[in-house]
Design a protein around this ligand. Structure first.
Ligand code: BEZ
Ligand code: FE
Length: 299
């Protein structure tokens, strides 16, 4: 097609991909092109604004490397990550809900026995976490893999300290035969997402803050169950209602109890206790279809 104008350009692009052999890719790209063109028409995008957008995406690309993923941070802050999470993780209401993964998970975290201390020198008020991993029938799931990671009292994860070469406040353990688990750590605090790059500038220009409410990350795996990636949030945190990445679910907010007789009044370090009861969703025909990449070229 020649002589395209602002109304015929959409059909012209769709015509050129009419023979796409992958129906899912064709569906996604058709919708993307239609929405992108409608967006530009709706806001009457100027050439200067288009250039600013390209410059922004270029800066997002330049700051991205194997340690920092600014594109995912952009998706997180635009609500796209949680939208995709929500529409792909529907399950029975008794099951523990999933939420955003975040950039601070590390493979092969140190292994701990139940009751172990994952702190490894991180600063913070002591906190004991205990809980259980169960199925929908309420039975404890033995030997489930429980991975946990969190920030220290300054709101930083171990991987954010360039000089630190050991894991702190992260680890993996297995549930006991009755599905229970426990470990010692420090009290997680609210922290800002990395905001020294283009996504941080975007938040500032939009009058948004970069903070996440205090939380503990979990990834739980057990044969026959869907892997669960979730957080437990601290009740009372001022950022629960305005999480910069929209990850809070009311079912994931828990009371982190302060143990009486600890803290400044008594002259001892404040101790906290958290109980987490996790319910996993069994794998079914519908759930196994999720989370597979569908856009690769067919061989
Ligand atoms: C996190 O909770 O670790 C996180 C999630 C999304 C963006 C940044 C951090
Ligand atoms: Fe986090």
């Amino acid at each position: 097609m020649i002589n395209v104008d602002e109304n015929t350009i959409t059909a012209a692009v769709l015509e050129q991909q009419a023979n796409c052999p992958n129906p899912r890719l064709k569906q996604i790209m058709t919708s993307l092109i239609c929405h992108l063109h409608d967006f530009a028409r709706e806001v009457r995008l100027t050439e200067g604004e288009w250039e600013q957008g390209i410059d922004f995406l270029t800066r997002v690309g330049h700051i991205t490397d194997d340690k920092r993923q600014e594109f995912i941070l952009l998706s997180d802050t635009l609500g796209l990550t949680m939208l995709v999470n929500a529409q792909n993780n529907q399950k029975p209401p008794q099951c523990t809900e999933s939420t955003i993964f975040g950039p601070f998970f590390v493979e092969n975290a140190p292994l701990f026995e139940n009751g172990g201390d994952i702190t490894n020198g991180a600063r913070g008020e002591p906190c004991r976490v205990s809980g259980s991993v169960r199925g929908l029938d309420g039975q404890g799931i033995p030997h489930a893999e429980v991975q946990v990671w969190q920030c220290d009292e300054d709101g930083f994860y171990d991987v954010q300290y360039p000089e630190l070469d050991q894991a702190q406040c992260r680890g993996q353990l297995a549930t006991a035969t009755d599905g229970s688990f426990s470990f010692h750590s420090v009290l997680a605090q609210a922290y800002p997402i990395p905001h020294d790059g283009p996504v941080g500038q975007m938040l500032e220009l939009l009058g948004r803050h970069p903070w996440r409410p205090a939380h503990l990350h979990f990834m739980i795996k057990a044969p026959g169950y869907q892997t669960l990636i979730t957080h437990i949030f601290r009740d009372g945190d001022p950022y629960l209602e305005s999480d910069a990445v929209f990850g809070v679910r009311s079912s994931l907010i828990a009371d982190w109890k302060q143990i009486p007789g600890t803290g400044s009044d008594s002259g001892t370090a404040t101790c906290h206790e958290l109980n987490v009861d996790i319910v996993l969703n069994p794998v079914s025909a519908t759930t196994t279809r999720n989370n597979h990449k569908t856009l690769e070229a067919t061989p």
